[in-house]
Design a protein. Sequence first.
Length: 237
Amino acid sequence: MSRTLMVSDVHGCLEPLERLLIEVDYDSSRDRLILLGDYVDKGPRSKEVVERVMNLVEHHGAVALKGNHDQRLVELIRTPHAEVRTKFVEHGGVQTLNSYLNRTDEELSGDMLREAIAVIDATYPSHIRFLASLPYYYEDDRQICVHAGLNPRFADWKSQPAHDFMYIKKEFHEAPTRVAKKVVFGHTRAQELHGSSEIWFGGDKIGIDGGCAYGLQLNCLIEESGSYSTHAVRNPL
């Protein structure tokens, strides 16, 4: 593979993802595509993004990691207790349900939420199995890719809790890593890290979440022969 392309936090924004892949001239015969999680919620086309990611993995050899929003959708369908339902709705889940049910509701009643869970469970079990099966990290010769980050308290980062892979923020951002490779992550918008939606190069770590679902941009970090470059597409809402 001549290039490694890394993209994170698509959040239901299908059109920017497709445009980005075209603009970077993605070719699965020569490029390795790493998707760092959070395919659903907030944006308008979560179902279609999951379908696209499944296709990229199954037919083009892409690597897809699990983000916290992906895990939350799995939990909603498999263990929909009150706390899961509340967090799902509060963090962009209504848009995901609208995507799967072809609706445009801005709010969901309890009955509507139960109906949506039943429909997704019955009609899209392959999506839930796919999201549930995703790995938490990807490592190659040059970098470690993960949705949220590595907990610096663990000498063996692979032994950290699953929750850290999907949720960690400040503790990871503010401390040196304990690994020799760059750690590429999403989850935290680059704007929160350095006041810009451009990719954040933080020494031993690189933050690539451009805040696409917030009307900012979808970033691609491109690694080729040990050097990094970037490309971004805007997503005006």
